[in-house]
Unconditional design. Sequence first.
Length: 227
Amino acid sequence: MEPVPSLPRYLPSGDVVADKASWRTLVRAARRELVAGWGEDGRSGAAGRLAEGGLAFLRGYAAAHRDGDLPGLCVTAFEPMRTEPPVDGLTGALIAEGVRVLVPLTLERPRLDWADLADPDRRPLGSGVLAEVDVFLVPGLAVSVDGVRLGQGGGYYDTTLPGAREASGGAPVVICLHDHEVVPSVPADEHDVVVDAVLRPATGVVGVPLGIPGGGLSDPRRRPARG
C-alpha cells in the first residue's frame, strides 16, 4: 500500500523567509516519501489521473471559450522532475489533441523564456508568446485553500505571472500538485502569486477557494477577472 504523506499546519514564527525555507524542506521530504512508495504502477497511475482531470477541465474551457475546439488551444506546463506531479502524461495527451504546450526555459534569476514542448531543440520564443496562452498550468510545492502558492524559491513565476495574466487577457492559473499539498495556509509574502485553481490526481481541477462549493473555477466555464 502506498504511504500517504502529510504536511503539518503552518504556524507562523514571525520570520516568513525562515518559514518558507522550512516548509520547502518539509514538502520536498514528503514528495520523496511519496515517490519512494509509488512502486511500479504508482507514477503511471498518478500521471493518468492528472491527464484525465486536466483534459476534462480544458475540454470544458474550450467549450466555453473556443467553440469546443481543443486544437489551437495554448497552455503553459512544465517538464516534471522525479518528485514533481507527473504532468507529462497530460502534456503528451494535449499535444496529441493539437494543443500547443509551452514550457519554461530558465534564464538568469528570476527570468523565464519559453519553448514549444513539441520542438526537440527547445528554441526560445520570447516572453511575448505568453499573450497567446489560454490556461497557465504551473508547478509549485503547495497551495493554501485560498490559492496562495508556495513556489521553489527562485521567484520565477511570482515575477512572470502578473504580466502574463495581463498580456493573455486574464487566462486562469492552475497549479499542479500532489494530493496532499493543499493546506490551510502557507508562509507567504505580498508578492506571492494567488492561483485560480488546483489540479491534483484525486480531484482533477478544482477552483479556489478550495472546500467552498462553487468557488473559483469549479465550473470550468467561468473565466476569472483580469489582473
